[in-house]
Design a protein around this ligand. Structure first.
Ligand SMILES: NC(=O)c1ccc[n+]([C@@H]2O[C@H](COP(=O)([O-])OP(=O)(O)OC[C@H]3O[C@@H](n4cnc5c(N)ncnc54)[C@H](OP(=O)(O)O)[C@@H]3O)[C@@H](O)[C@H]2O)c1
Length: 329
């Protein structure tokens, strides 16, 4: 048995390439007192990883060159030197892009309640992001129109379904007909606009006949700029992600900011870990909706650690269709 890991080999300028990563082989580590040795089964790929490949100032420090890529995993405990965790437990870890690792930072998860991978998605960080971003910053009221971009994805799919559960009109924005059909037919949104169809403003007006009260922004750029034009008085914009800009060498310059003034819009950034003390509340609510069949969810899976770079590149260019994961074992 040997460990394999993917480290950051170079920082991308523009889009990520496979050459930015390097696969390494090394011995399996031994746990120190208080630690567990974990065999990772699943790795979550998330858009924030693009930011961690950069050394620009952000809300968390970037990965150093030669350091293992960050990421959340689901794994199985092979050996425990921690009284609270036993061999065989399934755990959530922050061990990153590697097959094995030792850590104290684990949370046990219950595979009888939901598939283990769901703790990386709908019942994990993306689900928490949707829950707190919409509830606490979007503050939707029944009857209002909630618009969300990247609507078929890990965060966006939960945002729109929560909006429906909480009595709102849910409008998605997604790339392509297939994703839009999934968003309306499978996830139950009231409408979905294909931003690649070329009539974004007109299509948003048609999908939001009473205007937009809440915009949950996962992408930034031109979509945010256009959406500003269909906002209502006192609309709320949840600035959750800017994936359209993550690989851009020149950030998009928003032209319609005057609507923030004219419509007295409250626009606020959010980072999920600001709510870490309340994760239990979100897990309970999302778990109940899931058990009641009110939350649907899909995954995009690549196989093998060596394909993780391809998976991240696919995610950042919208080729994923659902929560992007890497199957490690
Ligand atoms: N603030 C926080 O704490 C927090 C936490 C988690 C996630 N996020 C952010 O939330 C967003 C969604 O994350 P996720 O994990 O749920 O990913 P995801 O939606 O499952 O996948 C990313 C999606 O972004 C869309 N996309 C990619 N490039 C785009 C572009 N140039 N223009 C418009 N859309 C583009 C693609 O969907 P289409 O094919 O539909 O374009 C792609 O499928 C990301 O911006 C992420 O950084 C923020």
């Amino acid at each position: 048995m040997e460990n394999r890991r993917v480290v950051l080999a170079s920082r991308p300028t523009g889009p990520v390439t496979e050459g930015n990563f390097q696969l390494e082989k090394l011995p399996i580590p031994k746990p120190a007192d208080g630690e567990v040795l974990v065999k990772n089964l699943w790795l979550s790929l998330d858009p924030y990883m693009r930011g961690r490949m950069s050394d620009a100032k952000s809300y968390v420090k970037g990965v150093d060159i030669g350091e293992v890529m960050v990421g959340q995993t689901v794994g199985e405990v092979l050996e425990s030197k921690n009284d609270k965790i036993k061999k065989g437990d399934k755990v959530l870890t922050q061990l990153g892009w590697q097959l094995y690792g030792c850590t104290k930072d684990v949370n046990r998860i219950d595979g009888s309640r939901a598939p283990l991978t769901y703790y990386l998605g709908v019942l994990g960080m993306p689900g928490m992001t949707a829950y707190f971003g919409l509830k606490e910053i979007g503050s939707p009221k029944p009857g209002e129109t909630v618009v969300v971009s990247a609507a078929s994805g890990a965060v966006g799919s939960v945002v729109g379904q929560l909006a429906k559960i909480w009595g709102c009109r849910a409008v998605g924005i997604a790339g392509g007909r297939q994703k839009c059909e999934y968003v309306t037919r499978e996830l139950g949104f009231d409408a979905c606009v294909d931003y690649k169809a070329g009539n974004l403003h007109r299509d948003l007006q048609a999908a939001c006949p009473k205007g937009a009260d809440v915009y949950f922004d996962n992408v930034g750029g031109e979509i945010l700029d256009t959406l500003l034009r269909v906002t209502n008085l006192f609309a709320r914009i949840v600035v959750c992600g800017m994936i359209a800009d993550y690989s851009a060498t020149q950030p998009y310059a928003v032209k319609n900011l005057r609507f923030v003034l004219v419509n007295r819009i409250r626009m606020q950034g959010m980072i999920v870990f600001d709510w870490k003390d309340r994760y239990g509340e979100a897990l309970k609510a999302l778990g109940e909706y899931f058990a009641q069949g009110k939350l649907k969810y899909r995954e995009s899976i690549v196989e093998g650690l060596e394909n993780a770079p391809k998976g991240l590149i696919a995610l950042l260019s919208g080729q994923n269709f659902g929560k992007q994961l890497v199957k490690l074992a």
